[in-house]
Design a protein. Structure first.
Length: 64
């Protein structure tokens, strides 16, 4: 595993390339759990309702 910090003498562009590749690899291997979001569903809906382009949210039953 690579060190998460830039080491003295290491080119920054090489560190950044390696860092972002590790992030992409980790994201591709992750299996998101959509049934248990990290934020409360009520908070997510509140943020969605604040968008003027959002007319209705599933299971909401009313337009916004």
């Amino acid at each position: 595993m690579s060190n998460p910090y830039v080491q003295a003498g290491e080119p920054l562009h090489e560190f950044l390339r390696s860092f972002w590749q590790r992030q992409i690899d980790a994201a591709e291997q992750e299996t998101p759990d959509y049934r248990h979001p990290p934020l409360p569903l009520a908070r997510i809906k509140k943020v969605m309702k604040s968008d003027p382009d959002v007319k209705m949210i599933a299971a909401d039953g009313r337009g916004v």
